[in-house]
Design a binder for this molecule. Structure first.
Ligand code: DLL
Length: 437
């Protein structure tokens, strides 16, 4: 049975736009009132900006509200942004963060139901059904990836294999022995699974797996091709962040032309990251999200730091909810080398246009004679590695050229032996910053 047609919760994906806008406005007014009445931080910020919940009369009025940022979650650690008594909170998650304290997020049972609903709608849109067996290889625990995907699979009625991360050989064995059809994990971890399977004599293309739901980190079109070809699957991009709910804020459909954002629960805006000005649909900028139906920890105009654009044109799949483009980068991932702004994701997309190169790479930043320097370490396949020097030099030259054409800088490339760059089980570490601060 087709879940999209039979399930009323998936019908929200196809709601007429004017109806959707009405739902959004009602929910926005309610959540702004809830945040104002119950969270001192939001009340103070709104008072400082001279705006009250009753000033939200149209969706455009959202622009009167102040932004919130990650630092606000840090400053109010752990429960300062909670809008309900702890007796209503049934789950906590946390995002590790690279420095200092983690940020904590809380959910009521209704919030968890919304999360499971959006994940279910998303997985159904990837063509998964209750007849599928889905392995969840995102980390379970404080990270939202594992449990978020897990509850979505259960809501869909699929059979979940809660493998979590790690023990790669066992993951491959489970995939083979259980006849797994779908997998949820980071794209870099799936690449690792394909490699490990190959080392133990298993070709993933021979297994029943047909759908991969990959997210939690940026990944390029080149990476998609490697995953799809390497495992004989269809790969779907899924986006989300702990502060908003976890995975399931937006996800691709089978058209693969951007990710449908579950607008009835998360209200998107794109702003110019420097001025804070709201940009029209279609223009690239920073994604700002407002949770419309999350009550334990509502987020009002949360600046995600993720760079993308809204695609408002109707999708061929018939869903009326708008799309966001692939997350091209996080504004705080950017580094400046010799005066040029560079994003790791630009390097990945350039690198993977070169045939014979794997998506295992590491960008190393150092300081040489007081100047910032960049070196790209690229792992190559065993066949290429044993080739003549001339072949390797040729490959190196091609990479230099491909990267230069995208970032405008000639950078040093080092080809390294197979299996020498550390694999990650969760989000891949693409940049090693050894610069003297
Ligand atoms: O990574 C939630 C998640 C889990 C999403 C599993 C998808 C799948 P955080 O640890 O809070 O939550 O990290 C959120 O990861 O702001 C983006 O910068 C990045 N990110 C998440 N999904 C994508 C994606 C989870 N599909 C941060 N493409 C976000 C690019 C992504 N970046």
């Amino acid at each position: 049975m087709n879940v999209q047609n039979s399930d009323p919760c998936c019908a929200s994906d196809f709601m007429p736009q004017d109806e959707l806008r009405k739902v959004q406005l009602t929910r926005l007014q309610k959540i702004v009132r809830h945040a104002y009445d119950n969270v001192e931080f939001f009340r103070n910020r709104m008072n400082e900006n001279g705006v009250k919940p009753e000033d939200i009369k149209t969706l455009e009025d959202i622009q009167k509200l102040p932004f919130s940022k990650k630092i606000d979650l840090r400053d109010t650690y752990p429960f300062g942004l909670c809008a309900v008594p702890m007796s209503e909170v049934v789950r906590l998650h946390a995002s590790s963060g690279t420095t200092g304290k983690p940020i904590v997020v809380a959910y009521t049972q209704d919030d968890l139901d919304v999360w499971a609903e959006v994940m279910k709608r998303g997985l159904a849109g990837c063509g998964l059904t209750r007849n599928d067996i889905v392995q969840v290889a995102y980390g379970y625990g404080l990270f939202t990836g594992g449990l978020g995907a897990h509850c979505g699979c259960e809501a869909l009625g699929a059979t979940v294999v809660p493998a979590s991360v790690g023990n790669t050989q066992r993951q491959v064995m489970l995939m083979r022995d259980f006849g797994v059809n779908g997998i949820c994990c980071t794209p870099s971890y799936f690449l690792h699974l394909i490699e490990q399977a190959k080392l133990s004599g298993i070709d993933m293309r021979d297994l029943p797996i047909r759908v991969g739901v990959f997210g939690a980190e940026p990944w390029s079109q080149g990476m998609r091709e490697q995953l799809e070809k390497g495992a004989g699957i269809e790969a779907f991009d899924i986006y989300g962040l702990s502060e908003i709910i976890g995975p399931g804020v937006a996800i691709e459909c089978t058209e693969h032309e951007g990710m449908h954002i579950f607008e009835d629960h998360f209200y998107p805006e794109i702003i110019d990251p420097d001025t804070g000005k709201v940009l029209p649909d279609g223009e690239f900028g920073e994604l700002v999200l407002t949770t419309l139906s999350k009550y334990a920890m509502p987020m009002i105009r949360y600046r995600t730091r993720d760079l993308t654009r809204i695609i408002a044109e109707p999708c061929k799949c018939g869903r009326t909810i708008r799309r966001i483009d692939r997350i091209s980068a996080r504004s705080d991932d950017m580094f400046i080398i010799r005066g040029v702004n560079v994003f790791p994701s630009q390097i990945e997309s350039a690198l993977l246009t070169v045939p014979g190169v794997s998506a295992n790479y590491l960008i190393i930043l150092t300081t040489e004679n007081g100047m910032d320097n960049i070196e790209l370490n690229v792992e190559i396949s065993p066949e290429v590695f044993s080739d003549q020097v001339k072949v390797l030099e040729d490959l190196q030259r091609k990479i230099v050229k491909a990267v230069e054409s995208v970032i405008g800088l000639r950078i040093r490339i080092k080809l390294v032996a197979p299996q020498t760059i550390a694999r990650s089980e969760g989000k891949a570490k693409r940049v090693l910053d050894q610069r003297q601060k």
